[in-house]
Structure formats: C-alpha cells, structure tokens
Design a protein around this ligand. Sequence first.
Ligand code: NDP
Length: 481
Amino acid sequence: MKKLYNYIDGELVAPINGNYIDNYNPATGQVYSQIPNSDEADVSNAIKSARNAFESWSNLRNSERASWLEKISNRIEERMEELALAESIDNGKPLWLAKSVDIPRARDNFKFFATAIMHFASESHRTSSGIINYTLRKPIGVAACISPWNLPLYLFSWKIAPALAAGNTVVAKPSEITPMTAYLLSEICNEINLPKGVLNIVHGLGASTGNAIVTHDDIDMVSFTGGTTTGEHIARTIAPKFKKMSLELGGKNPNIIFDDCDFDKALKTTLNSSFANQGQICLCGSRILVQRGIYNKFRDAFVSKVKDIKVGNPMDDNSRMGAIVSKPHFDKVLSYVEIAKSEGGKVLTGGHQVQLEGDNSDGWFIAPTIIEGLDQQCRTNQEEIFGPVVTIQPFDTEEEAVEMANCTGYGLAATVWTQDLNTAHRMSENIKSGIVWVNCWLLRDLRTPFGGVKNSGVGREGGWEALKFFTEAKNVCIKFD
Ligand code: NDP
C-alpha cells in the first residue's frame, strides 16, 4: 500500500508519531493509500523551516521567485497525465475532467502568478510640492494555506502560487480526503530543488493538523477555502491573534433564467453548472429559477437531458459524472434528498444511488437529481448540499427573481440568462454575491477578483487582490525642501 510523506524542510518525511490515515478511492470504495496523520510536532517543524527560509526567499528579486514558479509550472505540464490520473482516482471525478480542467489550471496558477509578480506595483501619492507618499508592499512571513477536496490541486495551487510569488513562505495542508496531487507537488518541488523550507506540505486531519497550523503563533496569515462552518471556527479561533485572514466559503448559488434567454444555450450550460464535478464546485448553481413563461418547457427539456447523463467509472471517457468524493459526503447528499421529500419536494429525476458493476460496485455514485415544488425558505434551498442535487422553481417578475436570489445566507455566485441588456445590468447590480455570470458560467480570467459576500466568505483571491492579500502595505511619507 502506497504511503505518502509530508514535505518539510525540503525533505519527504514520515510523520513523527508514525500514525497514518486511510485514503479511499471513491469509485471503488476501497482504501488505496495511506497519508500521514501529522500532529503538532510535524506542524511545528514545518513552520520552523518556513520561518528559517523566509528571509532569503523574501529577499530574492521578483524575477528569481518567478523563475522558481515557472519551473514548478513546467514540471506540472510534464507530469500532466500522471497528475490527472492521480486526481481522478483520489477524488472520483472523471479523468477527462482532471485532464482538461484541474491539472491545466494548477499549471496555469503557477505560470500566472510568476508573471503577475513581475507587473505588480505599488502606489505613490503626491500631496503637494515637497510632500510625497509612497506605499511599500512587503511580504508578510509564513502563510498557512488550507484547501478543500473538490478541486484539489487547482485550489491548493491557487493559494500557494500567489503566496510564494509575493515572497512569503508557506505551510500548506490539502484536504485529508484528496491528498495525492499535493503529495506529487511536493515531489515536483524536490525534483526542481526548490530551496528548502519555502513550501512545506503537511498532511492530516482538519481538526487536528489543520487546527495546529492555523493557530500556531508563528503563522502570520491564513488563506482558507472550505465550508462556512469550518471558516467560522477558524475565524473565531484566530481573530484574537490578529492574523491576516482570507476565507473562501460555501455557496447556494441561484441560476436565474428569464423568458427571453437563448433557450438552447441556457439549457446546455445549466446542465454543466448543475452537475459538473458531480455538483461539487462551490460555483455550481443549485437553485434554478425559471421565469413562468418558459418554466414548463425548460423544466421538461432539462429533465429529459439530465436523464441522459451517464454516471460511471471515472476512467471511462463516456462518463459525464463520476463518484461522490467520500462515503460521509455520499450519505450527506442522499440525506438531503430525504429532507427535500419531507419538505414536500417532488423528485423529477434521480434522487438515488447509482449501482455500478465490477470494480465500481462499492463506489459512491449518485444520479443527477432535480427537485421541484419547494419554496426558497426550506432547508433544501437554504443549506449547501454540494452534490448533484438541484431544485427548480418558477418566478414571475424581475423583483421576485432578485428576492429569491438573495434570500439565503450565502452570496458566492449567480448566473443570469437574458437577452435584455438592461435586465442583465440591473440583475448584476442587485444580486448580493461576489460573482455574477451573464449568459455563461465558469468562464474564468485569473486577473478578476474571486470570492463571496455574507456567509460565503471574507476577502478576495485572484490577480492583484491575491498579491495584495499576501503583502502588507506600509505608507512612507517624505517631506523635502
Ligand atoms: P471543510 O471546511 O471541511 O475543509 C476544508 C479544509 O479545511 C480541509 O483541508 C480540512 O481538512 C481543513 N480543516 C477542517 N477543519 C479545520 C480546522 N479546524 N482548522 C484548519 N483546517 C481545517 O470543507 P470541505 O473540504 O468539505 O470542502 C467543501 C466546502 O468548500 C464547501 O462548503 C464548498 O462550498 C467550499 N468551497 C468553497 C470555495 C470558494 O472558493 N468559496 C471553492 C471550493 C469549495 P480535512 O479535509 O482534512 O478535514
């Protein structure tokens, strides 16, 4: 059985306590590797190493740090097939998806921030003749980067790359449910001889290893992506220590489809925005709101297309959906179908496990599910399910659509489908979320601010926002005669 190592001080090392956690392949339900169950001693070594490396790393020229990031990016490109396979086995997502989205995006994250840091500049303010202010932007120190299981290497690198580019050193923890590509990233860092201590990767459970990292006195800032409850816990725990914090949390995103939309495009993209990655993307639209004039037509066409979605072995190119990431998550998603039924919801399609055969007979597969007949206040429409379960509901007016869109505690993303420019602009202004897509979904430009409002988080990632987060601004005011 393959055992993973921590990556601390430039070495691949076993956990000091010798304890390991089983790692499952969700498509087979079988344990296929073991990961370190690291404790405070491993965390402390990793943070010490990152602290020691900080001075020399932060004093490198931007171009030198950029060139290290480019080396990582190039090596990801060279190991693309292997990384995609590892991601698919670890997470249950279709291999074609890992090859076309996850790993290319991880490669691009390093490449993007390698170039971004070369263009990053700070401001200068001339107050009057003889008085000038300029802003120094300096790296902060040791950053904790904690990421979830749904887009493992994609989100891990989305934090690590800007943190390193800006001159910080990093202690990172992937989700214990999907540790494999983070481990392969540590191999890559070793292969390119990244200076020791610059990046440390510690594996283990969130509540113990993750908690030990974020609460450690020598961690200067925390960049966290995960669930709202975990984010709230972290915020409450570390707020008294005044660490800089960025929290990218859950969502319950509305997908609002007006009568005048381009019907075929809205239908095609809604299939994707509902069920891509088994519905396990924080940006997936889980509440589909359709204007009354086309409601029946859209619902019937949507149900018919969803019935055709093939749920299958992630290794099979014809599988549109793979496995749910873990048994507890599989149980959670199915439990929401029962909650929806008890709230009066009608399951239009799906709502059950998909039983595959052969090696996949013990895998955790769920049929894409559409539920109708629920109002927006019920638990099914208020709580994040984070799986292949969406609800569909009609609305009459634009005002009603805005009210429904904004009626949850979340505010991460929204999608609007209309051909009317005025409607598009008004909706974009009135929806309370960090991101609005109009007539599209998941088109990403890495320069744009990324993040949510309300319970969906605090702070923004992406482009300058990320580089600003990972640096501290200091104003220098100079008077001269
Ligand atoms: P969790 O909040 O359970 O975990 C996220 C990460 O935090 C994991 O690495 C976890 O470790 C770790 N962790 C858990 N407890 C602690 C703690 N006390 N201290 C430090 N670290 C801890 O989220 P999931 O992994 O279940 O991910 C799904 C969630 O992520 C969904 O809510 C989804 O919406 C959200 N998400 C948000 C995105 C955004 O950009 N806004 C993007 C993608 C996902 P371990 O897994 O080992 O327990």
